[in-house]
Design a protein around this ligand. Structure first.
Ligand SMILES: *Cc1c(COP(=O)(O)O)cnc(C)c1O
Length: 376
């Protein structure tokens, strides 16, 4: 069976974890957390990066820092993972869903402005499949209406938009290091903070509302409760697992891109024959091969394709059920405008196996099975 995902792993991880255990430093903000933060800051050029327990939690932190309150509205796509909305719903805000573009599956930047009301506080672009949203336009709207931009860059580490790392363009950026992502620590994430003046509060929120981060740096001689907060810092053992991959980040990225490009070349004849659609990478966007998907004609064809792949020992999956059609989405949010593409395109999309360690032979085999399906 070719698995859909295999969590990334680099050999040094075990040594690094052992080091944490032997040094008896396994709580948060140890040596490996610092190394990961520094690596991410250097790689992305962001002002500040804080490792968190998940991307969901990074987004919750962003919602707290943005002072999102009851009744505020937050514009986002409906075609996304639940966490994008959850973080704001927890603050009592209303997710306002806007339709996606069928080419990238990202929020349609041209529909955002019409969804803005007096209550709108933020825009949350989701960089689907590690392919950037149209950030110039989104930042222009945000500036015009004085809105915050919180990037859900869960899938977007190592990707860029016009040379800028995803997650560093808006006020806040959120990365995920879940085991299904390009780089992983099991469960984990990171919050990227663009503006210096929010860093101290972010450190306080992440450390249960205390000024412990300052204390660790020797800037104060005792720490105390100074503001609201929670516990958003991961164990240093998880950071150690992640750091081993960050040391090989380019190698992992190149291996994924090689698989992605091979899938694309193999399946291009089906695209040209009008049988399927393939991902589109707009100009100015450099992606990270987070996923490879194809679009079938409709949901019925997709169902048959996924089971045909299964019969040939290939695990293929689909997502997302659009949030505005889910029970919680109906209760907490609303869709602005017409759902032209969100539901229709989500029903056609199937993801093929993609992970660090997938071989070219496997990619060729999978592509062959897809071609066989469409030859019938
Ligand atoms: C994976 C993912 C998340 C959640 O990440 P966690 O680290 O599991 O909290 C949020 N948004 C998107 C778009 C994702 O793909």
């Amino acid at each position: 069976m070719i698995r859909f995902n295999v969590p990334p792993y680099c050999e040094k991880a075990m040594d690094y974890i052992r080091e944490c255990v032997e040094n008896q430093k396994i709580c948060g903000d140890g040596a490996y957390t610092k190394k990961c933060n520094q690596w991410l800051e250097q790689k992305t050029g962001t002002g500040k990066c804080l490792l968190t327990t998940s991307c969901t939690h990074a987004t919750e932190m962003a919602a707290l820092l943005a002072e999102i309150k009851e009744g505020d509205e937050v514009i986002m796509p409906s075609y996304t993972f639940v966490s994008t909305a959850d973080a704001f719903v927890l603050r009592g805000a209303v997710p306002v869903f806007v339709d996606i573009r069928p080419d990238t599956m990202n929020i349609d930047e041209n529909l955002i402005e019409a969804a803005i009301t007096e209550k709108t506080r933020a825009i949350v672009p989701v960089h689907y499949a590690g392919v950037s949203c149209e950030m110039d336009k989104i930042m222009e709207i945000a500036e015009k209406y004085n809105l915050l931009v919180i990037e859900d860059a869960a899938q977007g580490i190592m990707s860029t938009y016009k040379g800028k790392a995803l997650g560093t363009i808006g006020d806040y950026g959120c990365y995920s290091f879940h085991e299904t992502k390009n780089y992983s620590m099991g469960e984990g994430g990171a919050l990227l903070i663009r503006d210096e003046d929010k860093v101290e509060q972010a450190e306080i929120i992440r450390e249960k509302g205390t000024n412990r981060s300052k204390y660790y740096r020797g800037q104060i001689d005792k720490y105390t409760w100074v503001d609201f907060g929670s516990s958003y810092l991961p164990s240093d053992m998880n950071a150690a697992y992640l750091y081993a991959q960050l040391e090989h980040a380019d190698e992992i990225n190149e291996a994924r891109l090689a698989c992605w490009n091979r899938y694309y070349e193999n399946l291009k004849p089906l695209l040209e024959a009008g049988k399927i659609e393939l991902p589109v990478i707009p100009e100015g966007c450099v992606h990270n091969a987070h996923m490879f998907y194809i679009k079938a004609k409709d949901i019925e064809e997709r169902t048959r394709l996924i089971s045909f792949l299964g019969e040939h020992d290939i695990l293929s999956v689909f997502h997302y059920i659009p949030l505005h059609t889910s029970p919680a989405g109906k209760r907490f949010g609303r869709f602005h405008g017409e759902d032209r593409y969100t539901t229709r395109e989500s029903e056609r999309l199937a993801r093929l196996p993609m992970y660090y360690g997938l071989t070219m032979d496997q990619v060729d085999y999978i592509s062959g099975v897809v071609k066989e399906f469409y030859a019938k």
